[in-house]
Design a protein around this ligand. Structure first.
Ligand SMILES: [Zn+2]
Length: 398
């Protein structure tokens, strides 16, 4: 039986140990201090500190007293979970992944740049990317081509796509079907049917590129299953997700109800018109995610980067926290590779984007050269990937 004295002794020793281990833990690798921390995954929007240890979020609090190896002064900046872009063509340039990273993107999906014939090239780039990165395979076996991915229907080759997926189960996370008339002519429905034939046995989603399709969305939406994705939701008529009187099509509402996601996919080529976007938003039909449809050319034009696309949504009157949710926690739900990301919850991988919000007179241009004025614009200021502060920011932005 233990004496009272030995009990006390044990207690003191235990306390001393606890203090030591607390002290060891209290020194963090990195603390981002004094930023406006916006984490929609937890409804957080407050000025505070974020501590990172061993690649994970260690603490989020108004003030973290502990010391750190490195301190990032985030005062006057926004601190948000690492941005996730589910519609890019980041594999079309060797430096695509690092260019996206410089814009604060810590996770991306390449949406169908390549089909079965050249999928290995796309996967090699995704595999070597510093961020979490995966690809969707284009149902057109030659990928995105000038003549139209599946203008020749024989290119929508189910067997070729299936065997490519079987070779790359770990990196192919969906099937992309581009359905505009200049991509697949009048056989959009058959191309989508084949995309489903490829995806379904693997339990993968299909992402459709809508806008200026031969068939109305009311018909195409019927082929979409739970967890499929519609990109370019703000595409103007013909065959938008709204009818001529501006109401959301019932088939589109039904698709959302059964779990189909709707994504922005900004791009440069006809996919967004502000009046259509305002009409859709006015109907209360909000995107689940916003994405860039990033290409090296679009990036050079200065339009296509996540902070700019987020800013354009602010100019449409969307609250900041909502825009951040569309770029972080929501995309993280769509693809398993981002599970546990898109959040600053303690224990989550420490992917963090620091944004600078500048005020002034800015113009946001849609794909039809319509200008939307805005008085706030976001710029990537710093990126933390897997707990590592990447600096200096690779590209100084205007
Ligand atoms: Zn695209």
């Amino acid at each position: 039986m233990l004496s009272r004295r030995s009990l006390i002794g044990t207690g003191v020793a235990a306390l001393a140990f606890a203090t030591r281990s607390f002290a060891a833990r209290a020194r963090h690798d990195l603390i981002l201090r004094g930023g406006r921390v916006i984490d929609p995954s937890r409804g957080l929007d407050a000025v505070g500190d974020v501590a990172v240890t061993e690649g994970r979020i260690a603490a989020v609090a108004p003030q973290i007293a502990a010391e750190a190896e490195e301190t990032l002064d985030a005062r006057g900046k926004l601190v948000v979970p690492g941005l996730i872009d589910i519609h890019t063509h980041a594999t079309t340039a060797p430096d695509g992944p690092s260019l996206c990273l410089a814009d604060g993107v810590t996770g991306w999906i390449d949406a169908g740049s390549q089909g079965a014939d050249h999928i290995d090239q796309a996967i090699a780039i995704a595999r070597s990317a510093p961020q979490q990165a995966r690809v969707m395979i284009n149902i057109g076996r030659a990928g995105i081509i000038g003549a139209g991915d599946t203008m020749n229907l024989a290119l929508a080759d189910v067997q070729a796509a299936r065997s490519a997926i079987m070779r790359h189960r770990d990196f192919i996370v969906g099937v992309k079907a581009r359905l505009s008339r200049n991509v697949c002519g009048d056989h959009d429905y058959e191309v989508l049917r084949r995309a489903q034939e490829v995806a379904t046995p693997f339990g993968l989603p299909v992402m459709i590129h809508m806008g200026d399709t031969f068939s109305p969305m009311s018909k195409l939406a019927g082929l979409l299953k739970r967890r499929d994705i519609v990109t370019h939701l703000f595409s103007p008529p013909p065959h938008a997700i709204i009818d001529d009187t501006g109401n959301i099509l019932p088939e589109v509402l039904a698709a959302r109800k059964r779990g189909v996601w709707f994504d922005l996919g900004n791009g440069r080529l006809g996919h967004v018109r502000w009046d259509t976007a305002l009409r859709i938003l006015g109907d209360g039909f909000l995107p689940d995610t916003i994405s860039t449809d990033w290409t090296p050319e679009g990036q050079k034009a200065g339009i296509i980067n996540m902070p700019n696309i987020m800013s354009s949504m602010l100019s449409l009157g969307i609250p900041l926290a909502q825009v951040v949710a569309w770029s972080t926690v929501n995309p993280a739900k769509i693809f398993d590779v981002f599970n546990g990301r898109g959040t600053l919850a303690v224990g989550a991988p420490a992917d963090i984007t620091v944004l600078e919000m500048r005020t002034g007179n800015f113009e946001f241009v849609d794909a039809f050269k319509n200008i939307r004025p805005g008085n706030r614009k976001l710029f990537a200021s710093a990126t933390v990937l897997g707990g590592k502060w990447l600096r200096p920011q690779r590209r100084l932005q205007q």
